[in-house]
Design a protein around this ligand. Structure first.
Ligand SMILES: *[C@@H]1O[C@H](CO)[C@@H](O)[C@H](O)[C@H]1NC(C)=O
Ligand SMILES: *[C@@H]1O[C@H](CO)[C@@H](O)[C@H](O)[C@H]1NC(C)=O
Ligand SMILES: *[C@@H]1O[C@H](CO)[C@@H](O)[C@H](O)[C@H]1NC(C)=O
Ligand SMILES: *[C@@H]1O[C@H](CO)[C@@H](O)[C@H](O)[C@H]1NC(C)=O
Ligand SMILES: *[C@@H]1O[C@H](CO)[C@@H](O)[C@H](O)[C@H]1NC(C)=O
Ligand SMILES: *[C@@H]1O[C@H](CO)[C@@H](O)[C@H](O)[C@H]1NC(C)=O
Length: 659
């Protein structure tokens, strides 16, 4: 056996191993990374991991007829690049194993060879040469930088600190396994000598030192099977290390080959910085994407909530009641582009256009109002969903709505005979209503109010009862319209400015004081409307004689003088309806009483109108008494103040129709 090997042979040998390496000569397992730059890694940066790489084909290590181990020599180049310069991970090992991998192996101190249970068991048939960079007391490790010979377990049968003996002077030179330098390990076993020598030395030395670092004088035959697999393992613990396998040379005899790596591979440093940078980049990316995701989902959420609000309203309506959201285009086409010709009327809330829904002959009235505050809008939409559910023959049906730009469009049934207020002009040309028509209108409005106040699941206060909001259908049935609008109007204003929604003359005094709408304030306005309808005139007529100017005062005066019927037009006064006319006038005065406590509820009004109940005989006394007893002076002043203030934002009929 020759200790000399030609350079040619060595290079060939190295080529041989690398060639086989790239051809899948080794079977990788665990964290092994194979096949770049002529070396492979047994571990990567993963902590508490192990890697195994065993030769595909077994090595016939024992002579089957003699039962003896053959001599062998293994040389390999390796390098350990640790995560921290001063601290190792766990290390690596050359392993002779009965199987091509070591199943159930553990990482950390078990080096990817054994585990807690099989460590030290004779049945393992494993011989390993460890390059241990961690001192494990449980295995009697001498230090954290040693080479050891292990048989069937991690407790080394012989071990020594890493280093080599100088051939010249026999001096021991320490070597640090975790220096990141490429080193060579030579393992030679002579069966005749029953001796195993292990030598560690720097890769620059092409010939191994003569004095081994370790030796074991023992016959290895009892521990080995006929065919064994040769391979390498490595493991990491809580600290990382990259274990590089750079090249190896295996021979079936005692051999001390001269091996030169020629050009030393440049091993990359532990990918700490790269990993940190990656981590930083990842962190930044993650942070950015999290922020983006947050912002996006927030925006999405806002849109969703906004959408949801509208959608819920829609669903409630559409599923149960029909009114729905119209497309602006639909309404635009229906009203011929909101042409002046289609205009039915104007009021404080906006304009009303007549239209015909495309594809049907259904005539609609489209009310266009602008809305200022978004908050008021959303509340109003909720209001609309309530209104949309109301169904009563004396309520104008709300068919749906539409929002477009700054405007809100409300779509109602079209009422061909217009609003009640146009019948209340004592105009020569104006068609006069018969008493029957008037009485029916009053009963219709009363019926609608009763429904809103007492028959619907919620109490709905109209807030703006006046002749302009009483609409007449083709059969002259009265329908109350525009409920809830006053509330929106209310919300459109800053409460600080104390502006009150409603129409002047129809606003109950306590509403002016407290600003709170109640069913009683609706009754007040209804009383006024009753008087107007019966008398066929406006609440306040500037052109009338002074004592007749304010309708309710004039009627009260006539009542006291027992000339109540003088308040009405002659055309409607007939023998058979006198009682009915008087009843409605008296009821109107009662309803429009200044003191809320005197006003009847709508159910009582309805009973009186239908003749089920009767007004008390001493009604005039009650009205008078209340007027002077329970009506505080202050409210009178408030009312007077309001009368004199033209700046108040009361709108609609009084402003446009009052003289
Ligand atoms: C490192 O090895 C583990 C197996 O131990 C593997 O899951 C992981 O993907 C490897 N990481 C890299 C970067 O190759
Ligand atoms: C086994 O040993 C016998 C006797 O020494 C020898 O003749 C034989 O060739 C050996 N077999 C192998 C495969 O080496
Ligand atoms: C240890 O390894 C053996 C195989 O060598 C396996 O059967 C056993 O389950 C493993 N034990 C543990 C605890 O992993
Ligand atoms: C070698 O290392 C050992 C322990 O690690 C130490 O005691 C010794 O002094 C070192 N020798 C030299 C020459 O550095
Ligand atoms: C082991 O090393 C010793 C001391 O250098 C040497 O005498 C012996 O021949 C070596 N054994 C083998 C098998 O190389
Ligand atoms: C361990 O190796 C050293 C160095 O070769 C040697 O002197 C010593 O006898 C060996 N110990 C055992 C138990 O083989």
């Amino acid at each position: 056996m020759s200790r000399e090997l030609s350079l040619c042979q060595a290079i060939l040998a190295l080529f041989f191993t690398l060639f086989y390496n790239s051809q899948g000569y080794f079977i990788p397992k665990g964290s092994v990374g194979i096949g770049f730059n002529g070396y492979f890694t047994l571990t990567n940066t993963t902590k508490h991991a192990y890697g195994q790489a065993f030769e595909r084909e077994p090595f016939s290590i024992k002579n089957s007829s003699t039962g003896l181990t053959t001599s062998f020599s293994i040389n390999f180049f390796f390098s350990i690049v640790p995560e921290h310069k001063q601290q190792g991970s766990h290390g690596m090992a050359f392993v002779i194993s009965p199987t091509r991998d070591l199943p159930g192996a553990s990482s950390d101190q078990y080096l990817g060879i054994f585990n807690e249970t099989n460590n030290g068991k004779a049945s393992n048939n494993v011989i390993a040469i460890e390059l241990d960079i961690h001192k494990d007391e449980e295995f009697g490790d001498i230090d954290d930088n040693h080479v050891g010979i292990n048989i069937n377990g991690l407790r080394s049968v012989n071990s020594s600190s890493a280093g080599y003996y100088d051939d010249k002077n026999g001096k021991f030179h320490n070597l640090s396994l975790i220096s990141g330098k490429v080193m060579r390990l030579s393992i030679v076993y002579s069966q005749p000598d029953q001796q195993l020598n292990v030598t560690l030395f720097p890769s620059e030395m092409s010939v191994p030192p003569q004095k081994p670092l370790l030796s074991l004088n023992r016959d290895l035959s009892p521990y080995l099977l006929e065919k064994m697999y040769l391979g390498f393992t490595a493991s990491t613990g809580s600290v990382g290390a990259i274990h590089y396998m750079i090249g190896w040379f295996i021979s079936g005899e005692v051999d001390y080959p001269t091996l030169e790596l020629g050009r030393l591979p440049t091993l990359p440093p532990y990918p700490k910085k790269a990993s940190n940078r990656t981590r930083t980049v990842l962190a930044v990316c993650l942070t950015v994407s999290v922020i983006v995701a947050c912002v996006a989902s927030w925006i999405g959420f806002v849109f969703y909530m906004r959408h949801k609000k509208v959608k819920e309203v829609l669903e409630e309506w559409e599923i149960q009641y029909g009114p729905h959201r119209f497309a602006y285009k639909e309404l635009f086409n229906a009203t011929k582009g909101f042409k002046e010709k289609q205009l039915l009327g104007k009021g404080g809330f906006g304009q009303v256009y007549k239209g015909t829904l495309p594809g049907s002959d259904a005539e609609i009235a489209v009310k266009r109002t602008s809305h200022g505050s978004r908050q008021g809008m959303s509340e109003f939409l909720a209001e609309i969903s309530t209104i949309g559910r109301l169904r009563h023959p004396n309520l104008v049906r709300l068919l749906g709505y539409c929002r477009h730009k700054e405007n809100l469009y409300l779509v109602y049934d079209y009422m061909p005979n217009g609003s009640l207020d146009k019948y209340l002009n004592r105009n020569e040309n104006q068609e006069r209503l018969t008493w029957e028509q008037r009485f029916k209108i009053i009963k219709d409005v009363a019926s609608a109010l009763l429904y809103l106040h007492q028959e619907w699941v919620q109490v709905i206060i109209h807030r703006d009862i006046k002749p302009a909001n009483v609409l007449l259908d083709h059969e002259m049935n009265a329908r109350l319209g525009d409920f809830g609008l006053a509330k929106m109007y209310d919300q459109g204003f800053d409460p600080e400015t104390s502006k009150v929604a409603g129409t002047f003359g129809y606003i109950a005094p306590e509403f002016l004081r407290a600003g709170r709408a109640t069913t009683s304030t609706d009754v007040y306005a209804f009383g006024m409307v009753m008087l107007e309808v019966v008398c066929g005139r406006r609440l306040i007529e500037r052109r009338a004689p002074e004592n007749e100017e304010v309708l309710v005062d004039w009627i009260l005066e006539l009542w006291e003088n027992e000339k109540l019927l003088d308040a009405t037009e002659e055309s409607i006064r007939q023998e058979h309806n006198r009682g009915q006319i008087e009843l409605v006038l008296k009821l109107g005065v009662l309803c429009s009483h200044q003191a809320a406590s005197v006003r009847p509820a709508m159910s009582a009004v309805m009973r009186i109108l239908s003749g089920v109940s009767q007004l008390p005989d001493n009604l005039l006394d009650v009205i008078r008494a209340e007027k002077f007893k329970g009506w505080p002076e202050t409210s009178m002043e408030v009312l007077l103040d309001v009368n004199s203030l033209s700046t108040l934002a009361f709108t609609d009929s009084f402003v446009s129709h009052g003289r």
